[in-house]
Design a protein around this ligand. Sequence first.
Ligand code: GUN
Length: 294
Amino acid sequence: MSIIIDGKASAARLRERIAAYTADLKAQHGVTPGLATVLVGNDPASEVYVRNKRKTAEALGFKSVHVGLPADVAQDELLRQVRALSADATVHGILVQLPLPKHLDEAAVLDALDPAKDVDALTPTNAGLLLSGRAHLVSCTPAGVMLLLKEYVGDIAGKEALVIGRSLLFGKPAAQLLLAANATVTMAHSRSRDLPALARRADILVAAIGKPEFVKADWIKPGAVVIDVGINRVEAEGGKTKLVGDVAYDEAAKVAGAITPVPGGVGAMTIVCLMHNTLIAACARNGLPLPQQL
Ligand code: GUN
């Protein structure tokens, strides 16, 4: 059986350190980190994510601002709201929950975001800084994955890493971070040929495809570290639903050396890394040293 990577426990420890740092920041410098969330429409999953982000921010003593807009909001109104948050000195981080309804132009919304407040690191400025090895703000889920790898694997130099999925929010930044940590990185996606064969080479297999239990046990190199970024809601017994990842967990756990569960793996780290980014943005804004290694 493999080691179960306990993201929930790692996230709880990081959260404690962020809480302590925030208390010091307030007491010594009078700075309260501020996080704004923007949610368009009422997709139930997005509502849950945003509510959890707001609750965590408040529990850490951050200022939390929420802008909820109807699903049919006009592009101009959304841009006006994002620009107002970009100009608000009490807001250090802005998160526009994605995906946006189809009639809205996501790129234009990101262009209205002050890159210094882009705590999702989705703007071209922050993507470019990551590519240049100079990023302060790194996308939250990839950052969480790297913290788990650091804790459970240590040095990953020279290891074969496969990232399945090439999104702006996860796959692309994850590949950059793995590369910066000296892994040999392959990026795969829906058009890749023979995914199972690519996967079998990987010492670190990262699945971010959005397809429930897509990665099977016979794709996994024995002893590999399996990082499951998927969160898929599927039907369970008794007409209920349950969350599963992109990896067929029960069978994969028999082959992998270590594996993240869903829930309780990567997802638990994401929100805490968002708070870490907000803290970094607040320090940068006030000319204070950045809390890099909490
Ligand atoms: N939708 C799903 N995950 C995320 C996330 O981490 N950030 C944003 N903005 N939207 C998301």
